[in-house]
Design a protein around this ligand. Structure first.
Ligand SMILES: [Zn+2]
Length: 735
C-alpha cells in the first residue's frame, strides 16, 4: 500500500468512525468531550505520518556503518540532533565516556586431527549495496576477554545449564577445554558465562543453519535467512549483573567519574569468546569424535554431530583495544504547558553493529516521524500539557550504555519527574508486541483498539488477540483469548533501553514493536541493510507508520490527560497470576523430585541410549520443602482491596495525584536489590540470571526456587510481600 492509499483509508475510517467511536469507546483518564478532542488531535497527528518519509529516514541513517565510537556514529547523532531542531524541538547531545572494546586480533584455527584457519569474514554481495563498505566492525563478541588458548574442543549444544548436566551424566568434562555452542535458546552472553562456570578456557558460538540458515528458508540474498558466511555480532557483557558502562555501575559515566579497574568489573567475562559462521564451524564440528550428539542436539549440517572432547584441538586467540569512547545521546524536549515537571519519555537507540537498517534504525525512524508530526501539531498551535522528552541513545548494542548512563546520571530527577518511558527498537511486519508495567495494560489496549493494522484493516488489538488465539494450545485457551476484553502485555526482561528506567529506578515503562512476518538471519550482520529491509522486513514501511501511531498516540494520551490512566487492577491481576505460577512451580518441583528420587533409590532410573558408553544414574536432588507463601497471598489480598478502592474513587485529579500515580511503581523497588545483583531493584521484573534477555517475574523468589535455594526463596517471599504491602498502603493514600 502506498502512503496516499494509506492516508485515504485512514481518512475514511476516521470519517465513518470518529464520532461513534468516542461514544462507545472511552479513553481512560478523559471526560467524553476531552476524549473527542484527543481523538481529533490523534487523527491530525496520523495525517502527518508518511511511510515514504520513514523509508527515506531508514535509507539515510543506515547508509554507512555507525557503531558507537565511529566517526559515522557521531555524524548520525548530529544528523538526528538537526532533525529534532528542524521539527521545532529543543535538542542537545549529552555525552558520556564509556568503555567499548574493538578487536585488535582474532584467530580461530583447528590444530588437529586436520587443520583449518577460520575466515572470520562476511563477504560483500552485489545484491546488497552497503555490504562492501569500509568501516564495518569485524565479527566479534564485545566484552570477550583477551586470551590465547588452545585445547580440546567440546560441542555443548546451545550451552544451556541443562546441556552441561547432560555432559556430566555422559562423563564429559569441559574443564581446560574450548566449547563450541550454537546461537539460540538462551541469550548469547549466558553461553560463555555458563562455559566459564564449568571451567572451559574458551568459547566459540556459531549459527547453525537449522535455526536461521538454509533449514529455515532460502538464504540471503535469494531469501532472508543466513548464508554460510553470515555472523551474529553481539555483546556478552553480563547485563543481568548490571548493564551500562562496566566501569561505572550506579553512577553516570561522566568524564571525571570514579571508575573501576576493568579487571575488577563483575559483569565482564574471564575467558575469550568469538562468534563464527557455519562455514567456519563446519571443519571444527566435523573434526569432533566421541559420543554421537543426542537427537535434539543435532543441527542441519551434512554430517553426524559428535560431542568431542578428544583429539580435535582448537587454538583461539583474541585481543581488544579496551578504549574509553564518547557516547552521544541525543535528547530533545517539548515543554509542557501545565505540568512541565511531568515528563513523558520516548526512546530508541541510534547505534548499530554495522548498518543496522532493522536494528535499530527502523524503530528510530518511527520515533523521528512522531517527533516530526508533533512538531507540525505544535506549529498549528498544539502544546502538550506535560513535557515530552524524545531520546536517541548511543551504545545500546554493547550493553545499553547510553541509556543506562543517562538514567544513572539523572536518577533523582527521573524518579521525581518521569511519568513513563516508552521504548522501541527494531521493527518489522506482523503483530504488535507490547511489554512493560502492567498498570499500563489498559492504556495499551485502548491505543491498539483505535489503530488499524495496515494489511488487514482490522484493529491492532483484534489482530493481536487473533494471533494469540491461534498460538494457544487448546480450544479452551483459544476461546479464553478471544473472549477477553483485550490482550495481556508481556513482562520486561532486558535487551533494550527500557531496562534501567524500570528495573533500576521504578519508572513505569513500555516497549513496542511489530514482528512475526519478518523472519530472517540478518540480525547483527553486515546484511542488516536497507536492501534487506525493503525486501524482507517491512517492504512498504507501513509497519513503521503503525509503530509511530502506537507510540505516538500513547505519548499524546499520557501528555494531555487530566488523570493519568494507570490501572492498578491490571497490576493486581497480573501479580496474582505470577504468585499462582510460583506455588504451582513449587508443588510440581516437590512432587517430581520425590518421584525421581524414589526411582533413583530403587535403581530403576538408568538412561541407556546408543551414545552412552559412560552414562551413570543421575544423582538424587534435595527434597523440596513446603515454602510458606502466606505473606505473599496476604499481601495480594491487601492489593486487591486497595486497587478496588482506588478504582472507585472518582475525583482523582491534580498534579499531586498524578505524581502519586506515576511514582507508585517505585514502591515495588527493594533498595537492597536482587540477591547477587543489587543494581536490579524491581521486585516484579528482571532479566533471568541464566536467560539474559528473557524475563523472570518475581525474580527473587522464582530464581531461588528454580535453583533450589530454599532459605533464600522463603526470605524473598517476605521481601516481595513487603513491597506489595507498601504499594497497597501507598495507593490507599492517593485521594
Ligand atoms: Zn537494537
Amino acid at each position: 500500500m502506498t502512503t496516499t492509499n494509506f492516508s485515504l483509508l485512514l481518512a475514511l475510517l476516521l470519517c465513518t468512525g470518529g464520532v461513534a467511536r468516542t461514544q462507545d469507546k472511552k479513553l481512560t483518564g478523559y471526560a467524553d468531550t476531552a476524549a473527542t478532542r484527543q481523538l481529533e488531535l490523534e487523527s491530525r497527528f496520523d495525517k502527518q505520518l508518511s511511510s515514504s518519509h520513514i523509508g527515506e529516514t531508514i535509507r539515510e541513517l543506515s547508509s554507512q556503518p555507525h557503531h558507537i565510537g565511529s566517526a559515522r556514529g557521531k555524524a548520525v547523532a548530529e544528523d538526528i540532533l538537526q532533525r529534532f531542531k528542524s521539527y521545532g524541538w529543543d535538542a542537545e547531545i549529552v555525552t558520556y565516556q564509556v568503555l567499548f572494546p574493538t578487536p585488535k586480533e582474532r584467530l580461530v584455527e583447528l590444530k588437529g586431527p586436520t587443520s583449518y584457519k577460520a575466515l572470520l569474514k562476511e563477504p560483500a554481495l552485489k545484491e546488497d549495496a552497503t555490504s562492501g563498505q569500509a568501516g564495518q566492525l569485524p565479527t566479534y563478541n564485545a566484552w570477550s576477554a583477551d586470551g590465547d588458548v588452545e585445547g580440546s574442543l567440546v560441542y555443548v549444544n546451545y550451552g544451556l545449564p541443562e546441556d552441561y548436566e547432560y555432559l556430566d551424566r555422559a562423563g564429559i568434562n569441559v574443564k581446560g577445554k574450548i566449547v563450541i555452542a550454537k546461537y539460540g535458546r538462551s541469550w548469547r552472553g549466558s553461553k560463555p558465562k555458563v562455559a566459564q562456570e564449568h571451567g572451559a578456557i574458551g568459547c566459540i558460538i556459531y549459527s547453525d543453519p537449522r535455526d536461521d540458515g538454509y533449514y529455515a528458508g532460502d538464504v540471503y540474498p535469494k531469501g532472508a535467512f543466513k548464508n554460510e558466511y553470515g555472523v551474529q555480532r553481539g555483546s556478552v557483557m553480563d547485563i543481568v549483573i548490571y548493564p551500562g558502562d562496566p566501569l561505572t555501575p550506579d553512577i553516570g559515566a561522566t568524564a571525571n567519574a570514579k571508575r573501576l579497574d576493568r579487571l575488577q568489573a563483575p559483569n565482564l567475562l574471564k575467558i575469550p569468546v568469538l562468534p563464527i559462521s557455519y562455514h567456519d564451524a563446519t571443519p571444527l564440528l566435523k573434526a569432533l569424535e566421541g559420543p554421537v550428539a543426542p537427537e535434539e542436539w543435532r543441527g542441519a549440517l551434512p554430517f553426524t554431530y559428535h560431542i568431542g572432547g578428544g583429539s580435535a584441538k582448537v587454538h583461539l586467540k583474541l585481543s581488544f583495544d579496551w578504549q574509553i569512547r564518547p557516547c552521544y545521546n541525543v535528547v530533545a524536549k517539548l515543554k509542557g504547558s501545565e505540568q512541565p515537571d511531568q515528563w513523558i519519555i520516548r526512546g530508541n537507540h541510534h547505534d548499530a553493529w554495522v548498518n543496522g537498517a532493522a536494528d535499530p534504525i527502523s524503530g528510530l525512524a518511527a520515533l523521528l516521524e512522531e517527533a516530526k508530526a508533533i512538531g507540525e501539531l505544535k506549529k498549528q498551535g498544539y502544546q502538550p500539557k506535560r513535557t515530552l522528552v524524545y531520546c536517541a541513545w548511543d551504545g545500546e548494542e554493547p550493553g545499553l550504555l547510553g541509556s543506562t548512563e543517562w538514567v544513572e546520571d539523572h536518577a533523582a530527577e527521573l524518579k521525581d519527574k518521569a511519568v513513563v518511558y516508552i521504548n522501541s527498537d527494531n521493527n518489522g511486519r506482523g503483530f504488535l508486541n507490547a511489554s512493560g508495567s502492567h498498570a499500563l495494560e489498559t492504556l495499551v489496549n485502548e491505543v491498539a483498539r483505535d489503530i488499524k493494522d495496515p494489511q488487514t484493516a482490522i484493529s491492532l488489538q483484534a489482530r493481536k488477540q487473533a494471533a494469540e488465539a491461534v498460538k494457544a494450545a487448546t480450544p479452551k485457551q483459544k476461546k479464553e483469548k478471544l473472549s477477553k476484553q483485550g490482550f495481556a502485555i508481556g513482562a520486561m526482561g532486558s535487551g533494550s533501553d527500557y531496562s534501567s528506567f524500570l528495573q533500576h529506578l521504578g519508572v513505569p515503562a513500555l516497549d513496542y514493536g511489530f514482528s512475526g512476518e519478518d523472519a530472517g538471519g540478518e540480525y547483527h550482520s553486515i546484511y542488516d541493510s536497507y536492501d534487506d529491509y525493503t525486501r524482507f522486513k517491512d517492504p512498504g514501511f507501513q509497519y513503521g507508520v503503525a509503530l509511530s501511531q502506537t507510540a505516538g498516540h500513547t505519548v499524546l494520551r499520557l501528555a494531555n490527560t487530566v488523570t493519568l490512566p494507570f490501572d492498578f487492577r491490571k497490576l493486581y491481576e497480573t501479580v496474582n497470576g505470577y504468585v499462582n505460577e510460583l506455588t504451582d512451580l513449587t508443588t510440581n518441583l516437590r512432587e517430581s523430585t520425590a518421584i525421581e528420587n524414589q526411582l533413583i533409590r530403587d535403581n530403576k532410573y538408568q538412561q541407556v541410549t546408543d551414545t552412552t558408553k559412560h552414562l551413570t544414574a543421575p544423582l538424587p536432588k534435595s527434597e523440596v520443602p513446603y515454602l510458606d507463601f502466606s505473606p505473599l497471598q496476604n499481601a495480594l489480598t491487601g492489593l486487591d482491596t486497595a486497587t478496588i478502592a482506588l478504582a472507585a474513587r472518582k475525583t482523582l485529579t491534580g498534579a499531586t495525584v498524578n505524581k502519586a500515580l506515576y511514582q507508585a511503581e517505585q514502591q515495588l523497588l527493594n533498595d537492597a536489590g536482587l540477591p547477587a545483583r543489587t543494581w536490579y531493584k524491581h521486585t516484579l521484573y528482571a532479566p533471568g540470571f541464566y536467560t539474559g534477555y528473557g524475563v523472570k517475574t518475581i525474580p527473587g523468589v522464582r530464581e531461588a526456587i528454580e535453583q533450589r535455594r530454599w532459605k533464600e526463596a522463603q526470605e524473598q517471599i517476605g521481601v516481595v510481600a513487603a513491597a506489595i504491602n507498601r504499594l497497597s498502603a501507598y495507593l490507599g493514600g492517593i485521594h
